[in-house]
Every structure is written in structure tokens, then in C-alpha cells.
Write a protein that binds this ligand. Structure first.
Ligand SMILES: Nc1ncnc2c1ncn2[C@@H]1O[C@H](COP(=O)(O)OP(=O)(O)OP(=O)(O)O)[C@@H](O)[C@H]1O
Ligand SMILES: [Mg+2]
Length: 256
């Protein structure tokens, strides 16, 4: 099977902190690849290096055959990126937002118009196409944000914790949409700290902790290796910590 992404020893150092430590893995074409790890593991840092917004300290990666260091523009053309932060203009309608981003990507006017209608229909937002996105619920805004990343027909869609802080109905839509896109042939990289999300969506998984990829492989292969049918137990076996510990650490950091 051909590879969409090949990551070799990718490393990012911030001062004394090795945020990503010699990450090496591959992503097969047409699969959902889950990057799973607790708060602060280094997922977003690795994600940003792959989408060429952050320069690695060491190592490299190829995305659809293009080197992230030497062929930055080629990489950007073939990826669709959904970062943790929303990138939309609140006073503009979905159509205006999507038209703006589609033009940035150089999509031709007639193709763009057709694509925007098709995607807004899929996201169940056609009825509200003329309302400013500032009045939308967070779930509706995230739907616009996700389809924004698809306007230029990318080969690889990358999503950084796309269901974080969404209501259950919106989480369901995002997960089902990711599966539908994979079924249409898109390759997908998804980061999450939610074992159940990765378990539901991903075929291949990399588990990341404190900057290191501590396990990588097929989801079933990893579960078999640790004699369990639950990712929570794979994570516990690898790190000696439970998700509950991670959650309480996260709440403490937020001063709760
Ligand atoms: N620009 C930066 N400068 C300094 N340190 C950074 C920078 N970006 C991230 N870090 C640090 O690198 C580590 C990894 O952060 P990163 O955001 O990649 O983790 P994450 O797995 O995405 O976490 P989360 O689940 O909270 O999104 C953290 O300790 C973070 O504080
Ligand atoms: Mg992150």
C-alpha cells in the first residue's frame, strides 16, 4: 500500500523542552491515522511541523511525496488543515468566509461556487448560508471550519482535536463526516486525547507521551499486543497512568 506521509526522526526543541522527540511513523493512503496523547504530549507541535507552519529542529517528513522542508508550497497545496483554533471571520456569512478562503487557495470561481454549495449542504448549513458565523453555535462554526479545509480538494486532511469542547450532536457529525471522507478516499490525520474517539475512527494509531511516540501500529495489533480490547488499558500499560490522572492534572493546571 502506498504511503501518504513518512515521518523520520521529527524533533522540535523549545529552549530546554524537547516537545517532539525523534518521531518516526508512516501514514498509509486512504486511512484514518490517529495521533493519541494526553495534554502537553506534543501532538499539536508535531501536527504544526507536518503542515509546514513550524520548522523542525531536526528530522524531516514527506507529505504525498513532498519534503516538508524543501517543498513547502507543494505540501500546502495537497493538505487541508483544521487547527485547534477556529479560523473564520465572525461578521462574514459562511458563503463569504468560504469564498475568501477558496480564493486564497486559488480555486477557480465557478468551481468554488459549486464546491461551497455542495459542502454547505453536506454540513447542513445551506439554510443559514447568509447569516454571520458570529451568531452560530460552536458546533456550527466548527462545521464551517472543517469544510473550509476541503475547498481545494486536498489529498490529506489534518485535524487537531476537532471535537474538543463540542456538544454531543456536533461531535457525532464531525466523527461521521471524518468517516465519510475516508470512505471517499481521503487520507486523514486526526489528533485526540480521547481514546474512544481514536478507537472509533482510526485504523492506525500512534500513542504519544511527553514528546515521544511510545507505540505505533494498527489499532487491533496494539490491542492484541497488550491483551486488551480497550485503548485505555493500552495507554495504562505503556505509561503507568490512567486517563483519570490526566484529567485531574488538566483541571489542576486550569486552577479548578
Ligand atoms: N511555541 C512554543 N514555545 C514553547 N513551548 C511550547 C510551544 N508550543 C508548545 N510548547 C510546549 O510543548 C509541549 C507540547 O505542547 P503541544 O501543544 O504540542 O501538546 P499537545 O499534545 O497538543 O497538548 P494539548 O492536548 O493540550 O493540545 C508543551 O509542554 C507545551 O507547553
Ligand atoms: Mg494540542
Amino acid at each position: 500500500m502506498s504511503l501518504s506521509v513518512e515521518v523520520r526522526e521529527l524533533t522540535k526543541v523549545f529552549g530546554d523542552l524537547v516537545a517532539v522527540d525523534h518521531a518516526t511513523f508512516s501514514v498509509k493512503r486512504g486511512e484514518i491515522f490517529g495521533l493519541l496523547g494526553p495534554n502537553g504530549a506534543g501532538k499539536s507541535t508535531l501536527f504544526r511541523m507536518l503542515c509546514t507552519v513550524l520548522r523542525p529542529t531536526y528530522g524531516t517528513a514527506k507529505v504525498e511525496g513532498h519534503d516538508i522542508l524543501k517543498e513547502t508550497n507543494e505540501v500546502r497545496k495537497v493538505i487541508g488543515v483544521v487547527q485547534e483554533k477556529l479560523i473564520l471571520y465572525a461578521p462574514l456569512t459562511p458563503i463569504e468566509n468560504l469564498t475568501f478562503f477558496g480564493k486564497l487557495y486559488g480555486v477557480e470561481d465557478d468551481v468554488l461556487k459549486r464546491k461551497i454549495e455542495e459542502l454547505l449542504q453536506e454540513a447542513k448549513l445551506w439554510e443559514v448560508r447568509d447569516k454571520p458565523v458570529g451568531i452560530f453555535s460552536s458546533g456550527m462554526r466548527q462545521r464551517v471550519n472543517i469544510i473550509r479545509a476541503l475547498l481545494h480538494d486536498p489529498k490529506l486532511l489534518m485535524l487537531d482535536e476537532p471535537t474538543n469542547t463540542l456538544d454531543p450532536q456536533s461531535v457525532r457529525w464531525v466523527r461521521d463526516y471524518i468517516k465519510a471522507l475516508r470512505d471517499r478516499g481521503l487520507t486523514i490525520i486526526l489528533t485526540s486525547h480521547d481514546m474512544y474517539e481514536i478507537d472509533e475512527l482510526a485504523e492506525e494509531v500512534a500513542i504519544m507521551d511527553r514528546g515521544k511516540i511510545i507505540a505505533v501500529g494498527g489499532k487491533e495489533e496494539l490491542k492484541n499486543k497488550y491483551s486488551t480490547d480497550k485503548f485505555e488499558e493500552v495507554f495504562l500499560a505503556l505509561t503507568g497512568r490512567t486517563l483519570r490522572d490526566e484529567l485531574s492534572g488538566r483541571l489542576k493546571r486550569r486552577g479548578w
